[in-house]
Design a binder for this molecule. Structure first.
Ligand SMILES: Nc1ncnc2c1ncn2[C@@H]1O[C@H](COP(=O)(O)OP(=O)(O)O)[C@@H](O)[C@H]1O
Ligand SMILES: [Mg+2]
Length: 235
């Protein structure tokens, strides 16, 4: 199936998610839609459920009620193995703590998703390492660092590596979970501008969550999770 045919990249309908051993739901969302190519910012204070929501979008968390449809695929209809495959093929994820493999080189970290997904590898037109270098250059990482283990990099440099890893192989959906919280404001803005530019170049949809509302103006659309999430109102 050609996932790029879908104009609606994310569609949540009547979704309810409750963590195990929790008496009340963390998320109750009637409707959330994200169109192809959109750059969406989701804000909300710490603990309001942003990471839980991203877990639903990636199929890591499973809603007890409602449907989570990503690129036309209803995730609840997939087995856990199929969800893992779907995620590897279609979603570039930037974690808050980056989750890089510390003793692998920069290049090896960036190319890793293409070793787990043939679809992503197939979408890389140039030789894989060349494409990794190109992305890192566009994200302003010095070529001198390419073969260093990532433990030797600063936080700002590691963040660029994490972004290149999410972008390689053109996944149609890029998800970022507060990847800028350890940077100062100017560096945050510069990083997000580069990320948006690269997401545009590969025609990716971007969902970026953060508790920092000053980043809002950089995005096409902003949502406060507390406005779409009715969980608190049920209590
Ligand atoms: N793995 C988990 N198990 C149980 N409860 C969790 C887990 N992760 C998050 N929660 C709870 O879900 C709520 C939302 O957390 P989270 O989605 O991490 O918020 P945010 O990312 O906005 O800071 C919190 O009350 C948190 O305690
Ligand atoms: Mg979080």
């Amino acid at each position: 199936m050609d996932n790029t045919a879908f104009q609606q990249v994310i569609h949540l309908q009547n979704v309810q998610f409750t963590w195990a051993n929790n008496p009340s739901p963390t998320l109750v969302i009637d409707q959330l839609q994200v169109q192809r190519g959109e750059h969406l910012f989701i804000k909300g204070p710490s603990g309001c459920g942003k990471s839980t929501l991203l877990g639903l979008l990636t199929g890591i968390n499973q809603a007890q009620n409602g449907s989570v449809t990503i690129l036309g695929e209803d995730l609840s209809q997939l087995s856990s193995r199929q969800r893992d495959r779907f995620r590897a093929d279609n979603i570039g994820y930037i974690f808050q703590q980056f989750n890089l493999l510390p003793y692998l080189s920069v290049i090896d970290n960036v190319t890793l998703p293409c070793r787990f997904s043939k679809q992503r590898l197939t979408r890389v037109a140039a030789p894989l390492e060349q494409r990794a270098e190109e992305l890192l250059t566009k994200l302003h990482l010095s070529p001198a660092l390419l073969h260093k283990p990532v433990v030797e990099l600063s936080i700002g440099q590691q963040q660029r590596v994490a972004a290149a890893r999410a972008l390689i192989g053109n996944p149609p959906l890029i998800i970022a979970d507060e990847p800028t919280s350890s940077l100062d404001h100017d560096n945050r803005t510069a990083f997000i501008e580069l990320l948006l530019e690269q997401a545009n170049q590969v025609d990716a949809t971007l969902v970026f969550v953060s508790h920092d509302p000053t980043l809002e103006p950089l995005f096409d659309r902003n949502i406060d999770l507390r406005q779409v999430n009715q969980a608190g109102e049920l209590a």
